[in-house]
Design a protein around this ligand. Structure first.
Ligand SMILES: [Zn+2]
Length: 588
């Protein structure tokens, strides 16, 4: 069977090719737009946008990317137009022999997947029958006649992803596009080869490909969770878990054992929680991954959670983390003072250390000595001396900090203040000719001051040393490709305490929708929500006499501090995030 020539549904011939022909795919794109216009499925206002974009990219892709249609609906329309059958890959399943009969790189190029043999023909699902060149490539690459059908492009892409991972796992992928992951420590390599008992190459590659895929997707954590029928792999992306793979139960122990070997854990111990780490280098992709591994015995078996740190990634700028222009300016003044302390406070996973690093990139310059003590080292910055704590080797925040202060630093970054000793040394350092940056686990900015006092730091020292506290939350950013405007009701705007002067008479806000690019979540990436408390004489005095949280907060608000919620509202009004999401991470 061949791709049908372009005729409209009522059988009239396709438009004639003009004298100076536009590329055939572009003409086809226009035709599809015409047809869609007739169906009335696309809002009229969008047709123009679509027509314009379809000049540069396949129209099907444009439709899906713009969130104008689901890939299933597109598949049905396109199939009818070209007189091809529709196939639901999820229902028919993929015959692995058929799938492997055409090289993967060709399939990926065309977005096609062979799923069965019928008589002598190879049944191939494609998403875009107008891609004549692609279909020709398929014919050339296959030794069988080809029978085309149309499937949802997303389904094809998913199957291709699965195929690619399997190919990677079994080493059948050509060396050109394989990404090698190496365990950095040479000793560990030896370990693997000697006596782990599972030097099982496919399993090793499967684990590597999962880790690499997680890094590619920007996942912060990977969960391997045993269930009765499978080992479920879930990635945490932008703070939310997504299931990505189910590994058959029979391979579960092999996978968890492999992970434990990599992390140098006791593979015989399955009843107690353990933790370890792996340093991986994906050299081809220019990546250095630091992976924290923790195991937990559950009733269904041992689960493994990995926290991924991509050490090669650059810290974002202060603007990129979401600091308003005003706050950037205020902070810019604070962090360039020779002494004092900037504390970033918030719950776990609120982006505190990323914000510290964005400040560090502003501070860092050749004429000053910057030393950090971290757990873990999340970003590598040129020109900094970065120390990783290692309690087993006696390197705690406090001990490292003491050594650091003997090495003549100008700026010291302490990953986290979580014990009295670290708190005391940090505050003293901030009073004795150093600028200190650190994080604290508190809900808002004023609480950081009371927390230091509770921890046993002399209140007058807290008052004198701290220059500012930045409280932070992370909200998911609305996906730019699919977010939609809606008319918010007066009640909604009032309930969110959006001040009239900020509304500027507008009542339209953005809310989430969902598209391929954001995995249907409506969100892509995250943005910080901040509250900045800048110390002044009054606040120092209050802190020194152990004032309550309420007193500190009141005084700070009078001198210009606002709430986390208010900063979030500005981001809602700018269309960066939604009210729904703001309410999830912060309260009025
Ligand atoms: Zn989206």
């Amino acid at each position: 069977m061949s791709a049908q020539p372009a005729t409209t549904r009522d059988g009239s011939p396709a438009p004639k090719t003009p004298a100076t022909p536009a590329p055939i795919s572009q003409l086809m794109g226009e035709l599809v737009v015409d047809l869609l216009e007739q169906t009335g499925l696309i809002p009229e206002a969008k047709i123009g946008v679509l027509r314009e974009q379809a000049k540069h990219a396949p129209v099907v892709q444009v439709l899906i990317d713009e969130g104008l249609a689901s890939s299933e609906a597109i598949a049905r329309i396109v199939a009818a137009q070209y007189g091809l059958p529709v196939v639901e890959l999820g229902n028919v399943g993929i015959d692995p022999i058929a799938a492997s009969s055409v090289p993967l790189h060709v399939l990926e190029q065309v977005n096609a997947i062979p799923y069965a043999f019928e008589d002598d023909s190879l049944c191939v699902a494609i998403s875009d029958p107008q891609n004549i060149h692609g279909i020709d490539a398929l014919r050339l690459a296959s030794r069988h006649p080809i029978a085309l059908s149309v499937a949802a492009s997303e389904d094809i892409a998913n199957e291709l992803g699965r195929l690619a991972r399997t190919a990677e796992a079994f080493g059948t992928r050509s060396s050109l596009d394989t990404v090698e992951l190496e365990v950095v420590d040479e000793d560990e390599l030896d370990d693997l080869e000697v006596d782990d008992g599972i030097s099982d190459a496919p399993l090793v590659r499967l684990v590597n490909s999962i880790i690499f895929e997680a890094a590619e997707d920007g996942a912060s954590d990977v969960h391997f969770e045993p269930q009765s029928d499978a080992l479920v792999v879930r990635f945490r992306i932008d703070g939310v878990l997504h299931e990505t793979q189910r590994i058959p139960r029979r391979s579960a122990i092999g996978v968890t054992t492999r992970l434990k070997v990599l992390a140098k854990l006791d593979i015989a111990e399955r009843r107690k929680p353990q933790d370890g780490r792996i340093s991986l280098s994906a050299s081809a992709a220019g990546r250095m991954l630091d992976v924290r591994v923790a195991t937990l015995p559950t009733v269904e078996g041992e689960s493994v959670v990995m926290r991924l740190l991509d050490k090669s990634k650059k810290p974002p700028t202060m603007e990129e983390v979401g600091l308003s222009a005003a706050m950037q300016e205020q902070l810019g003044v604070l962090i360039h003072r020779p002494t004092g302390a900037l504390l970033v406070s918030g719950p776990t996973g609120s982006g505190k250390s990323t914000t510290l690093f964005s400040a560090m990139t502003e501070i860092n310059r050749p004429e000053i000595n910057v030393i950090t003590v971290e757990d873990p080292v999340e970003y590598r910055l040129a020109g900094l001396s970065q120390v990783q704590i290692n309690p087993r080797a006696g390197l705690t925040f406090a001990t490292v900090l003491r050594s650091i202060l003997r090495s003549d630093p100008d700026v010291v970054m302490v990953g986290e203040i979580r014990d009295v000793e670290t708190a005391k040394i940090s505050i003293e350092a901030a009073l004795t000719g150093h600028f200190v940056l650190s994080t604290l686990h508190t809900n808002d900015a004023p609480s950081a001051l009371t927390r230091l006092n509770e921890m046993g730091v002399e209140p007058f020292l807290t008052g004198a040393a701290v220059s500012g506290v930045l409280a932070q939350r992370l909200a998911r950013r609305l996906c730019e490709h699919c977010k939609e405007l809606y008319a918010a009701s007066k009640e909604e705007l009032d309930a969110a305490r959006i001040p009239e002067e900020l509304r500027h008479g507008k009542t339209e806000l953005f809310r989430r929708n969902g598209c391929v690019r954001c995995r249907q979540t409506g969100y892509r990436g995250r943005i910080g929500i901040f509250q900045l408390l800048e110390m002044n004489e009054e606040l120092s005095t209050l802190a020194a006499r152990k004032a309550s949280h309420e007193e500190l907060e009141r005084a700070a608000m009078v001198s210009g501090m606002s709430t986390l919620w208010a900063d979030g509202i500005e981001k809602v009004l700018n269309g960066m995030t939604s009210l729904e999401e703001l309410a999830r991470v912060s309260t009025i």
